[in-house]
Design a protein around this ligand. Structure first.
Ligand code: FEO
Ligand code: CA
Ligand code: CA
Ligand code: CA
Length: 705
């Protein structure tokens, strides 16, 4: 990505107010239009989506998936015939469909019972994965027109869906490994499908990097019985990753045609007594949890799971601008409470010719199949260390710790497969749920959102006895000026989230040390400025639970998206803010705050804020709310055309909290967006849809200017 040619350093648009309307709201002077909704047909002859749960399941692999998430843009020339990295009138969007809101996919909601209806499961499998879809400016009859308005091209030969059933190659160190052997691939070289694709990244040779996040919950694995047939080591690893849960019950189908049964049986990740790994799907979960590379310019290219980049709940994968002769670095978060930040450093050094090569998947083989994975350790003094995740380093750490290791690694492939266990052994810093990373191309600093670590649903939040500089807040009730009431004594944790940033030593991708600070703290504007609202937020920019994060290579602005499930939801729906970023070290050191005199639940008394290095306070000219989404949604995924004049933003799962039982009573849906507006006079209730929104500035200017 180029450094911003004309960085925007002051935000001049009018802030969008917090909103609880069922509407997508952008600042005055901007236009927002829905262009790509769940179910939209992306092939010739596929009928328009009824959005009534009555469409033919066989068409769903040629429709937009559900729960739009990370999105990337790949430019084309105006004729649509070739890749053009500067193409800003026509291009390909590649986007994730993280999961499904199943009650809205079927006519009467999900059919109740212990078994599942095949047609319903077929829809749900197809609505997962990735869309590759051509977008262009067009006239009213759908022909290319550089002065027209953006829309997708239904009949484009470039369109493609990758679903939870698409064949995908296993690439890198786990290819052909015994741990990858399944009935589908007895040689352990391929699998079917990609799951729970959350954040994205893009390579500098024009491919999509899509990240498998909460894949572990999709498999049926009754642990009490399956554990009887597993080694202690296997059980330990399965538990660390949480494999099981049977999220949608896809294995509970009896296929009408016996030949199809394997499509459903493969979601049962259990050992069949007396069988071999090539006879069942005991290993199927090992084929998920990876970064997957897809060539958006070639519909025939087989996607590859890049196993050198580690296996965890991958949130996103971002690369710094390559430097000729240096290795590439890709930064990745593991979005789970107390999990880690990683980077992968390629063995190959960057060659500028590769940026425009046409054998893109082979370039991916070159950079993404061999290299070193590292995990981050944050020190209290503002320095940090990248710990190499190698067999030798892990064994040395285990020896130094003494005693019996929790897990004995067989070889380097075992280390790659069980990345989390290796990082545990190395002593990486547990973080407050690392979501997206992003690179500030102007400074080469790397930013990561820590979305939250609150106490909820039986989970313990960040506590007084385990705060550290990079995760410095645990505070009972992070709302209002003074903690009080029951929440003050029962609710510990980092409720609002924060953003950490890192600067590689010498700005070199291969460095094993870095400096860091906390860039920004989420907060309610009227919360305690000494312990909670540490960044000085106002009603024009207060936010909770940062998740999506992206820097525009054109304007240099950072875009922060929220996935709030309760911290600020009584005041506003989820949102996106624009931010002018500084650089690591431009702030201050905040001292630890003393404990309140109130008891804090069962947690030990201690500081309510760890001493931390904090980026400078923001103002309304450096952080401003740019949009607010409709009811019961998450705003996630943002990309621009290279000219900075068109932005694509995804609205995920509006209305997802609508109970299955409410399907016959549309008026009770928690959102009607984008078809109608719940709460508006005379609105006709409609099933809500995830969708991509295209944003332009009415005067044709750059977004955020
Ligand atoms: Fe899918 Fe961590 O968000
Ligand atoms: Ca996310
Ligand atoms: Ca999230
Ligand atoms: Ca989500």
């Amino acid at each position: 990505a180029p450094v911003a040619p004309q960085p925007i350093t002051t935000l001049n648009f009018s802030a969008v107010s917090k909103s609880l309307a069922d509407r997508f709201i952008v600042p005055t002077g901007y236009t927002a239009r829905v262009v790509y909704r769940t179910g939209d047909p992306i092939a010739a002859g596929v009928p328009a989506y009824t959005n009534a749960g009555t469409d033919d399941p066989a068409t769903y692999d040629r429709r937009a998936g559900d729960c739009h998430d990370g999105v990337e843009y790949y430019g084309l020339n105006d004729a649509g015939t070739a890749r053009d990295v500067n193409g800003s009138n026509r291009g390909i969007l590649a986007m994730n469909h993280e999961y499904v809101v199943p009650q809205f996919l079927h006519q009467n909601g999900v059919t109740a019972g212990t078994t599942r209806v095949q047609a319903e499961v077929d829809r749900e499998i197809a609505m997962h994965g990735v869309s590759v879809v051509e977008m262009m400016k067009q006239n009213a009859s759908g022909a290319f027109d550089a002065t027209g308005t953006w829309g997708y091209v239904q009949n484009s030969a470039r369109n493609r869906r990758i679903t939870a059933a698409t064949p995908i190659e296993i690439s890198g160190p786990l290819r052909g490994n015994a741990a990858m052997v399944t009935k589908y691939s007895p040689t352990g070289v391929r699998t079917r499908g990609t799951l729970n694709n959350c954040g994205t990244g893009t390579s500098f040779w024009g491919t999509l990097l899509t990240c498998e996040e909460n894949w572990a919950g999709y498999f049926l694995r009754p642990s009490a019985t399956d554990n009887l047939n597993r080694s202690a080591k296997e059980i330990f690893a399965l538990q660390r990753y949480g494999v099981g849960g049977d999220r949608y019950g896809w294995s509970r189908v009896t296929a009408a045609n016996a030949a199809d049964q394997d499509n459903y049986a493969r979601w049962t990740a259990t050992v069949t007594p007396g069988a071999t790994a090539a006879d069942d799907y005991r290993n199927v979960a090992n084929t998920f949890g990876w970064v997957v590379e897809i060539d958006p310019y070639d519909v025939t290219a087989v996607p590859k799971k890049r196993t050198a980049m580690g296996r965890f709940a991958h949130e996103a994968c971002v690369a710094n601008t390559p430097v000729v002769g240096q290795p590439l670095a890709f930064y990745m978060g593991d979005d789970s409470r107390g999990d880690y930040i990683y980077k992968f450093v390629s063995e190959a050094v960057w060659s500028a010719d590769d940026a425009n090569a046409t054998n893109r998947m082979a370039i991916g083989d070159k950079y993404l199949d061999r290299g070193t994975l590292y995990v981050a350790k944050f020190n209290a003094d503002g320095t940090g260390t990248w710990l190499p995740i190698t067999l030798a380093a892990v064994q040395a750490a285990q020896a130094a710790a003494g005693g019996t290791p929790a897990y004995v690694f067989a070889d380097q492939a075992d280390v790659q497969l069980n990345t989390r266990l290796a990082a545990d052994a190395l002593g990486a810093t547990p973080m407050d749920r690392p979501e997206w990373g992003a690179v500030n191309y102007a400074t080469r600093d790397i930013y990561f959102t820590m979305t939250e670590a609150n106490a909820s649903a039986g989970r313990t939040g960040r506590r007084a006895d385990n705060i550290d500089g990079a995760n410095p807040r645990f505070y009972q009730d992070q709302r209002g000026a003074t903690p009080s009431g029951a929440a003050a004594t029962t609710n510990t944790g980092n409720t609002f989230g924060h953003i950490v940033r890192m600067a590689e030593t010498n700005q070199n991708a291969g460095s094993t040390t870095f400096n860091w600070d906390v860039f920004l703290f989420g907060a309610q504007a009227d919360s305690d400025p000494a312990r909670v609202n540490l960044s000085g937020l106002t009603s024009a920019n207060d936010f909770a639970r940062p998740d999506g994060l992206w820097f525009s290579p054109n304007t240099g602005l950072a875009w922060i998206q929220t996935d709030d499930s309760g911290a600020l939801l009584d005041q506003t729906n989820c949102m996106m803010l624009a931010c002018v970023a500084g650089r690591v070290g431009d702030g201050q050191v905040l001292a630890a705050q003393p404990a309140s005199t109130a008891a804090v639940g069962s947690t030990p008394a201690g500081a309510q804020l760890a001493a931390t290095r904090v980026g400078r306070q923001v103002t309304e000219s450096t952080l401003k709310r740019f949009l607010v989404g409709p009811l019961d949604c998450e705003i996630t995924g943002v990309i621009e055309t290279p000219d900075g004049r068109t932005m694509f933003v995804n609205v995920q799962h509006p209305g997802e909290d609508t109970p299955n039982a409410a399907i016959p009573t549309p008026a009770s849906y928690t959102s009607f967006w984008p078809t109608a507006e719940k709460g508006a006079a005379g609105a006709t209730p409609a099933r809500p849809l995830s969708a991509t929104v295209v944003i332009t500035k009415t005067d044709g200017g750059r977004i955020g200017s």
